[in-house]
Design a protein around this ligand. Structure first.
Ligand SMILES: C[S@@+](CC[C@H](N)C(=O)[O-])C[C@H]1O[C@@H](n2cnc3c(N)ncnc32)[C@H](O)[C@@H]1O
Length: 226
């Protein structure tokens, strides 16, 4: 289910490309990336071989810096369906030690026959038409811990709207900007044998944030396999 890049909002923003290139150089670390490293750190046993980790919806793969800079050794793999963002990561991250082939262009919905010890999905589930198919594929990796940051609230709100901040000529493109009922997501993950706890987001701490004019209630679900 890779969208034709022609209709993919992530392929049409010079601002996003510049920002994702800066982050691939290890600059402008997001609070969410730092929090993700803090959430997963207790699940990384430094005495054992580095766990394999999947960053689903990785952009250019900059989350890798957040683990590396904290001395958290892991075998990082990034997956994203936007070819230009993966290309940015592949051209920049090897100079910081991440092999280019660890960044793969593909959709989360197509993950198959791949095992990972840990996984994260930051700021990405909201852009999916539904949470079930991508999470079904994510849990198929067998990851023992999955950290998800998303627009979670008391109810599901489906939004199919324009972005409005894209390159000239592309502002007619629409995307999903969904909010998910957190209880439904927890119950769904429980069916796969995961116990999920909710954590406040360090940056917004329960407050609403406008993302290109749409209300976002960022918080975390940390799903641990029982
Ligand atoms: C807001 S960006 C988040 C990037 C990064 N995780 C972060 O937190 O900064 C959303 C990313 O998800 C990717 N994406 C959205 N839906 C996807 C899907 N179904 N499969 C793979 N990538 C997806 C987009 O291409 C985009 O790079």
């Amino acid at each position: 289910m890779i969208p034709d890049p022609q209709f993919n909002i992530w392929e049409h923003s010079a601002n996003v490309r510049q920002l994702y290139a800066r982050r691939a150089h290890g600059l402008d670390e997001m609070d969410a990336a730092a929090q993700c490293a803090a959430i997963l750190a207790p699940h990384i046993n430094q005495a054992l071989s580095p766990p394999s980790f999947l960053d689903a919806g990785c952009g250019s793969g900059y989350l890798w810096h957040s683990f590396k800079s904290r001395g958290l050794a892991m075998e990082y793999h990034g997956l994203d369906y936007s070819p230009s963002l993966i290309d940015i990561g592949r051209s920049i991250l090897p100079q910081y030690g991440l092999p280019a082939e660890r960044l793969v262009c593909g959709s989360i919905e197509d993950i198959h026959y791949q095992n990972f010890d840990l996984a994260a999905m930051l700021n990405t589930l909201t852009f999916c038409p539904d949470f079930r198919q991508p999470l079904d594929r994510l849990v198929s990796t067998g990851a023992r811990v999955i950290a998800i940051r998303d627009n979670f609230g008391p109810e599901t709100v489906m939004r199919w709207e324009t972005d409005g901040y894209l390159d000239e000529g592309y502002n007619h493109l629409k995307a999903y900007w969904n909010q998910w009922n957190i209880t439904e997501v927890k119950d769904f993950l429980a069916e796969y044998g995961y116990e999920s706890i909710e954590l406040p987001d360090r940056r917004v701490n329960g407050a609403m944030e406008l993302v290109v004019g749409k209300p976002y209630y960022w918080s975390w679900l940390v799903a641990v396999k029982k």
